[in-house]
Write a protein that binds this ligand. Sequence first.
Ligand code: SAH
Ligand code: SF4
Length: 312
Amino acid sequence: MTNLPKSLRSRLAEAATFVPFRPVSEQQSSDGQTRKVLFALPDGNLIETVRMQYDRRTTLCISTQAGCAMGCVFCATGQMGFLRHLSVGEIVAQVLFFARELAAEDNRVTNIVMMGMGEPLHNYTPTLAAVDRLTDPAGFGLGARKITISTVGLVPAMRRYAEEQRQTPLAVSLHAATNEERDKLIPINRRWPVEELMEACRYYIALTGRRLTFEWALIAGENDTREQAQKLGALVQGMLCHVNLIPLNPTAGYDGGPSSHERVAAFQEELARFGVSSTVRVRRGIDIQAGCGQLRDRVILEQGNDFSQLLQ
Ligand code: SAH
Ligand code: SF4
């Protein structure tokens, strides 16, 4: 901004910022395909964003909150509790950070998944405002179908989302097909049990005509049995849906482990019997703590809980 007086420019350099956070730790997976950045917000909270490179796609996994209030037992973010909501700017800036980096490589963001830290529908208005900016042709201009919102199953917010008839796809983290099992993994299930959740899912499909994705983290000996697969099959049979199976990413606060290849294959086989399509999501960046919330945990372990040093 050479048209501004030098004194003003130096004052601006000190006082103003174009980014609402700064990167404080980065990691790259051994295959170079996954990169994770930990950002420190001005108040010292830490959030994570992951970039995943596929053949023709570059997917960003972004955060919508610092921490999360939902407390899912297997999730590193759930284990840290709720810290705060992110603003629209903080959500969008995660994308812009990587978009700049990609532009320098003659590449671009092709997909976004709201599967980083936080529950997007708990931070409803800023999250959807961020989606609007990212899809605005006069803004970032990404196709609405390229942004997936993932929810743990906040039923009233899902109904509202359905009624807004948005183009952005929805994914629901189911992980268990019975209340008995889901209550153990996902505390919020006690508030909105499986029957109510499924009703909201059907409502979404009916109103939007869109296919819904169910996410299922496969935990060895817990929710990866043939019996659980049959219960899931029976629950979603005939629905316009697809199941994403993700072998669990082990976390410090939960002693469950990922299912074996055999168990995963058997699970898929059972689902197929019910005519339910499924894919196994490859765990990307497992060697860099790329599961949501995990890099923050490692940095705190190594550097202590005093983020002021990270912010300098
Ligand atoms: N709060 C939202 C979005 C963020 S979590 C939600 O729960 O859907 C994104 C996905 O990662 C969810 O399906 C979540 O259940 C899953 N997840 C969390 N911790 C995981 C872990 N340790 N291993 C595998 N998947 C995990
Ligand atoms: Fe929150 Fe999603 Fe983690 Fe559950 S899985 S604690 S909803 S971020």
